[in-house]
Write a protein that binds this ligand. Structure first.
Ligand SMILES: [Zn+2]
Length: 88
């Protein structure tokens, strides 16, 4: 199972599809383009829909230990930027 390490040292197992710290981030414009495209199709094919969503969205993980956000830099890049929560 793929793993990703936070800056705090916590290792997150990803790819099991039941993580509650995993999110997808997509621009509203890209989302509406996908919805427009799919609203005109006669048949909804979930695999194709997920592919078109994944091509426009980035993965985001919220570290369960320190609440840092790990935000993928580009769709399917598997490179992440780290964002630490400001507390003041
Ligand atoms: Zn962390």
């Amino acid at each position: 199972m793929p793993k990703i390490a936070c800056k705090c040292g916590h290792i997150m197992n990803i790819g099991s599809l039941d993580e509650d710290f995993a999110y997808d981030l997509i621009s509203q414009n890209a989302l509406w383009d996908i919805i427009d495209t799919w609203s005109e199709k006669k048949e909804f094919i979930s695999e194709e829909f997920v592919d078109s969503f994944n091509n426009e969205s980035v993965e985001v993980y919220e570290c369960p230990c320190c609440q840092r956000l790990l935000v993928e830099e580009a769709p399917n890049s598997n490179r992440f930027s780290f964002y630490k929560k400001e507390t003041e």
